[in-house]
Each structure stands twice: as structure tokens, then as C-alpha cells.
Design a protein around this ligand. Structure first.
Ligand code: TYD
Ligand code: MG
Length: 489
């Protein structure tokens, strides 16, 4: 097993090379290979001593889930942790991984499971202080501050816990291994050992892993291959909202989203995120529209805001926070060319409220309406949602699962939906404003046309209206530009 030659291991993805390489052939990262001794990092076999069996003789009784006591975590895991499974929870430092797992083991201990929380980063006293805050000081929950792999396994031998949390895998090391603690070799080796032990003892194991700024698990994508489940914990540290996703799940679907709010007493499950996102919404303000987005399987109603302001810059600013920059540019171009709303001398700021990221094309129409509303100064109806993708020709295209999105809007009390002409029937309580093109949608919502006061497209008209003077609201533009049918440029 022991080989004394050295290998070069990529810090970011765990790729092995026999000689140093400048760029990783696997993940394309530059200067990421560290030299390490190849001893004892060969993969241990995970299931030893099993003979092949006919598939119908394989029983699945072992794969029972244990509720974690946290509704949103259960939702993502498909019911709870499977006994003997290994889960990797990744997230940026400070996002709340330790808090979530301490709450989970406390809830499971309350249900009579013996849980061991191995804190390799903080002292037991620090964890106890946090546990006081989280009301996680319960029977059956054991705490140890330890960084040595052998010591952790020895504690597991004596305590025989049902569940063990290793916080974090990057700070656990095997002193027998010559590479430095935290190196890819150490992290991989320790993770492999813990996976083997978890399977052997049917001990549910959770490994906490820090992610790098770029979003990759620091030390190794390779870990993702050996564990059963990879959960990503995300959120903006300036907001209380936290999102939990399964990136990989051997026991269920990966399209569930868990939503939490970080408060004074730890993380609280948010069962109705749409209401949370819309809680502070100011109604009757121009430049705001609500968009039903789908995150995985879960429909969420998110407010998208736009502010268009005169610019003094030679190349005006385009700011996209929580919305996709590329899509913003596309929508501005389509508004300029197909609906004659100009942005050449204006700064454009757009944002999705609440710390969520809206990158779906389904949010195109909402973003376009918010931009147009900010330009014209006319607020959209506060009971309105918009959902549809915008094509380069200015046409509106249907989004996937429009019914689910609109059902969520109806549930929260919205009454009108601006949707592409071919979209499925709207649910009860929602009136559909159907449009074939963006221009038509802008007319239907009053953003351009007779009542908007906005002199949008300088279209050839039989009789030209007066130039805009600022008193446009008083002008009846129907005389100048017939509203129906709207022109498709
Ligand atoms: P923590 O779980 O330590 O993050 P991680 O393990 O991912 O590094 O949580 C860190 C942040 O959470 C910290 O900045 C304080 C905040 N927090 C609260 O707001 N409320 C709480 O009840 C707790 C325990 C933490
Ligand atoms: Mg932590």
C-alpha cells in the first residue's frame, strides 16, 4: 500500500499528476498542483468482503431515513438522513454550516439518537456557548474538540454514535500522513477513511467543507465522488436568507430547495419564502415587478426592481444585482430596437430583492416591464406578475412550468399575469394578459400607449402628435397612435 514516490495533486479538483504541471488538465486551474507523498492515499475499498448477489435478493431495509427535526433540511434530503450515509455540507465561512448542523444533531438527540459533534475548528466551550443560544443543550449530544482522525475514530469506537458531524473535514488530519493538515492529500485521505468507517458501522456521517470564493469545495471536487450527498449552503451574508440545495443525492432528487432565515436563535425554516420575499415590498412604485421564478422544483415570487436614471458618463452604467448581467444587456437591446425605449444616456440599475439570484430567462419579461416602468415613471399594478422569455426579435416565449409559477402567484394573492400568448390557461383568481411581443405586453400594461404619457416609438403616424413637453399626461395619444392592434416592429 505504501508508495514512497511523490505525486502532484490539484488543490482545486484533486487531479493527480506524476510530474508538476502549470495548468490542471482537469479543471483548467493554473498553478494549483502541490507536491505530496503518495503514501497511503490510495483509495480504500468501500465495501469489503461482499459477494455478488442476484439483484432481487438485495434488501433495502437499511435505507431508512431519520428526520433531522428541521423541516427545510428534511425537504432537501427527501425526509432526513439515511443511516450509514455520508453527507458533505459545503458553504462559505460564516454562512451558518455549524449552526445548521448543531441544530440538526440537537433535534436528533432529542429523539433519542446518540450524536457526536466533532469540532475541529472551535473549542468545546465555544460550541457550548452557541448551543446555549440555539437551545441545543440536550441529552445524548456529545461534544469533542479534536483534529486527529485516529482520535475521532477512537471516540466513535467508544461512544458508538448513531450520527457524527465532522466540523470541518479540512481541519481533520491523520498524523501518520506526512502531508500538511489541510492539504488535498490529507482531506481526501481523511474523507475516505471516514466514509469507510461510516459504511462499516452504519454511522450517519456529516462532513462540513468550506468552499472557496469561486464556489468550489476547497480541496477537492474529488470528495464529491466518495460521499453520498453533497449539500450546498448559500446566501448573502448581508441578508438573513440562506438557501440549501442538494448538488448530489444518491437517495433522492436534487431539485429541492431549502430556505432558512438566520436569526438571533439560529436558523429558522421558512415554509413560505414567497411571502418573506414580498414582505417589505413598497406598492405603487415605478420600476418594480414581481416575477415567479422556479428554483429547482420550488416556485418563488421575487420582486425585481429597476431604476433608470440620467447618466453623465460616456459609457453609462449597467448594474445587475441578483439578476443576470447578460440577460439585462439583451433586454435593454430589445427594448431599444423593438420598442424604441432608449437607454443610451441613462444609467440602469436592476436588482432582485431579498438576496436571491434570478438568472432564469423566465424573468426577462418582468425585468423588461420593470425597466419600462422606471423609464415612464408609471408603476405597474401591484397585483401583477410577469413571466416569459424574450427573444431577440422581441417575441415572447413560454417558460417551463408556467402553471406552477402562476399557481404560486395565485396562492399569494396576485390577480393578473402578463404571459406569452401561447401560455397555458391561468389558474383561478388570475387574469392572463397575453401578448405575442414585448411591445404588445408594454401596451397591455400601460407602459407605452395612450395612458402612459410615454412617447415611446416614433412610429410613422398619419397625424403627428406634439413633441413631449412634460405635460404628456394630459394628451390623449389615442388620436396619434391607435392602441389596437399594437404594432409589431
Ligand atoms: P456559523 O454556523 O459559525 O458559520 P459557518 O460554520 O458556516 O462558518 O455561523 C456564523 C454566523 O451566523 C455568525 O456570523 C453569526 C451568525 N449567527 C446568528 O446570526 N445567529 C445565531 O443564532 C448563530 C448561532 C449564529
Ligand atoms: Mg463553522
Amino acid at each position: 500500500m505504501a508508495k514512497s514516490k511523490t505525486v502532484f495533486i490539484c488543490r482545486s479538483c484533486g487531479h493527480h499528476a506524476h510530474k508538476w504541471v502549470g495548468q490542471c488538465p482537469d479543471c483548467q486551474e493554473w498553478n494549483s498542483h502541490d507536491e505530496e507523498l503518495a503514501e497511503r492515499i490510495s483509495k480504500p475499498s468501500m465495501l469489503v468482503g461482499q459477494a455478488p448477489r442476484p439483484i432481487k435478493d438485495v434488501t433495502v431495509d437499511n435505507f431508512q431515513t431519520t428526520s433531522t427535526g428541521i423541516a427545510e433540511l428534511n425537504r432537501v434530503l427527501g425526509g432526513g438522513f439515511v443511516s450509514g450515509s455520508v453527507t458533505l455540507v459545503g458553504g462559505e465561512p460564516g454562512i451558518g454550516k455549524s449552526t445548521l448542523l448543531l441544530q440538526a444533531v440537537a433535534a436528533m438527540s432529542r429523539e433519542g439518537k446518540t450524536c457526536l459533534y466533532v469540532s475541529a475548528e472551535e473549542s468545546s466551550e465555544q460550541v457550548r456557548l452557541r448551543a446555549d443560544r440555539l437551545e441545543a443543550v440536550v441529552d445524548n449530544l456529545w461534544l469533542v474538540s479534536e483534529t486527529s482522525l485516529q482520535a475521532v475514530l477512537a471516540h466513535c469506537d467508544s461512544l458508538k454514535p448513531d450520527m457524527v458531524v465532522i466540523d470541518s473535514i479540512q481541519t481533520i488530519h491523520d498524523p501518520d500522513l506526512s502531508s500538511a493538515p489541510g492539504s488535498v492529500g490529507q482531506v481526501r485521505h481523511c474523507a475516505h477513511r471516514l466514509v469507510t468507517e461510516a459504511k462499516r458501522r452504519a454511522m450517519t456521517t456529516v462532513l462540513v467543507g468550506h468552499v472557496t470564493k469561486e464556489g468550489g469545495l476547497a480541496g477537492p471536487r474529488a470528495l464529491e465522488h466518495v460521499v453520498d450527498t453533497v449539500l450546498a449552503f448559500e446566501g448573502d451574508r448581508h441578508h438573513a436568507l440562506r438557501l440549501l440545495r442538494a448538488v448530489k443525492h444518491r437517495f433522492g432528487a436534487t431539485d429541492e430547495l431549502g430556505v432558512f432565515e438566520m436569526g438571533g436563535q439560529g436558523l429558522e425554516s421558512v415554509s413560505d419564502p414567497s411571502r418573506l420575499f414580498l414582505a417589505d415590498r413598497a406598492k405603487g412604485v415605478a420600476g418594480s415587478v414581481v416575477v415567479p421564478v422556479l428554483d429547482g422544483h420550488r416556485p418563488l415570487l421575487v420582486e425585481v426592481q429597476a431604476l433608470v436614471a440620467p447618466s453623465t458618463l460616456a459609457s453609462p452604467r449597467r448594474s445587475a444585482q441578483g439578476v443576470d448581467n447578460g440577460r439585462l444587456s439583451l433586454i435593454i437591446a430589445v427594448l431599444e430596437r423593438r420598442s424604441q425605449i432608449g437607454f443610451a444616456k441613462t444609467d440602469v440599475f436592476t436588482s432582485a430583492i431579498g438576496g436571491v439570484k434570478v438568472s432564469e430567462p423566465a424573468a426577462d419579461l418582468g425585468m423588461a416591464l420593470a425597466l419600462a416602468s422606471s423609464v415612464t415613471g408609471h408603476p405597474l399594478d401591484s397585483g401583477l406578475v410577469a413571466c416569459g422569455e424574450i427573444g431577440l426579435a422581441g417575441e415572447l416565449r413560454q417558460s417551463a412550468q408556467t402553471e406552477r409559477r402562476l399557481a404560486e402567484a395565485a396562492r399569494v394573492g396576485f390577480t393578473t399575469a402578463v404571459i406569452p400568448a401561447g401560455a397555458p390557461p391561468t389558474p383561478n383568481g388570475i387574469v392572463g394578459l397575453r401578448a405575442e411581443t414585448l411591445s404588445e405586453a408594454l401596451h397591455l400594461t400601460g407602459m407605452i400607449g395612450s395612458h402612459s404619457g410615454f412617447h415611446a416609438p416614433p412610429r410613422p403616424a398619419r397625424r403627428r402628435g406634439p413633441e413631449l413637453t412634460g405635460a404628456e399626461n394630459d394628451v390623449d395619444w389615442t388620436v396619434v397612435r391607435p392602441l389596437n392592434p399594437p404594432r409589431h416592429d
